[in-house]
Design a binder for this molecule. Structure first.
Ligand code: ATP
Length: 241
């Protein structure tokens, strides 16, 4: 059985259809790269799965339960954690406090203060620093670490490399590899296709709210992904008809 199943999901901003009848599923331990151009609907899809954006139509099924009508904070309790674009830490609290707050109502599981710090060694010396005073890379590490403290069964990561230096991105991805080795199920929105493909098992390509391409990473070529990314596959189809 799939851990997450998204069925004919629609999400809107007023009249704008940001996600259009999207369906996909992922299994426990999968790492899914969700790629696509700016405005394709990736963030909205993640937010809808996390329950912070309303569903206009369709269903989100998690571990066999239809959670479409379940509120965001309850989804965290079920094991869905999202790291939003832009990190959104409690900047006036220390790193330690940010982690502790997230751990207060954590599910039981492999992640605790120590195991999270083992996965993100770069934040150990910063525990007493205010989160708002850290570098972008350190803040990103804390935001993923904070999500891990809830012991998620599904981690939704939105553009974790955005605005970071290449070295900081390397470091964050090194930690991500530790989570992946630990069997964490991840849906990863990433602009850097090479990085996304390097860590993922499956790839989903979004274009204008739709999914023109999805499959096992090893079954889809980079060319197919780029075509789906820019809508070339569809233009070709239209030209042939
Ligand atoms: P990006 O990489 O730029 O974040 P994305 O693939 O994540 O792109 P979304 O942010 O989900 O795409 O945006 C999907 C569509 O919804 C776009 O047309 C965008 O302009 C629109 N949109 C996003 N947020 C809002 C909002 N708060 N109000 C109105 N429209 C929005």
């Amino acid at each position: 059985m799939s851990l997450l199943s998204v069925k004919a999901l629609d999400a809107r901003y007023g009249l704008l259809k940001a996600v259009r009848s999207v369906s996909f599923s992922c299994n426990q331990g999968d790492v899914v790269a969700l790629v696509g151009a700016n405005g394709a609907g990736k963030t909205t899809l993640l937010r809808t799965i996390a329950g912070v954006h309303p569903v206009h139509g369709g269903h989100v099924v998690f571990d066999g339960y239809d959670i479409t009508a379940i509120r965001a904070y309850k989804r965290v309790g079920l094991g869905i954690a999202m790291v939003p674009e832009g990190r959104r830490l409690f900047g006036g609290m220390t790193v330690e406090e940010n982690l502790e707050v997230a751990g207060m109502r954590a599910r039981k599981g492999q992640w605790n203060f120590d195991s999270v710090l083992d996965a993100f060694p770069q934040i150990r010396p910063k525990l007493k620093s205010l989160a708002g005073q850290l570098s972008g890379g350190q803040q990103q590490a804390v935001s993923i670490a904070r999500a891990l403290m809830t012991n998620p069964r599904l981690l939704l990561l939105d553009e974790i490399s955005l605005g970071l230096s290449p070295i900081a991105v390397d470091q964050v991805y090194q930690s991500l590899q530790t989570l992946i080795s630990a069997g964490t199920t991840i849906v990863l929105v990433e602009q850097d296709l090479t990085r996304a493909l390097a860590v993922s098992k499956r790839v989903i390509c979004m274009l204008e709210g739709n999914i023109p391409l999805q499959g096992e990473r090893d079954d889809v070529s980079r060319e197919q992904i780029m075509d789906a990314y820019f809508g070339l596959a569809r233009s070709q189809e239209q030209a042939n008809h």
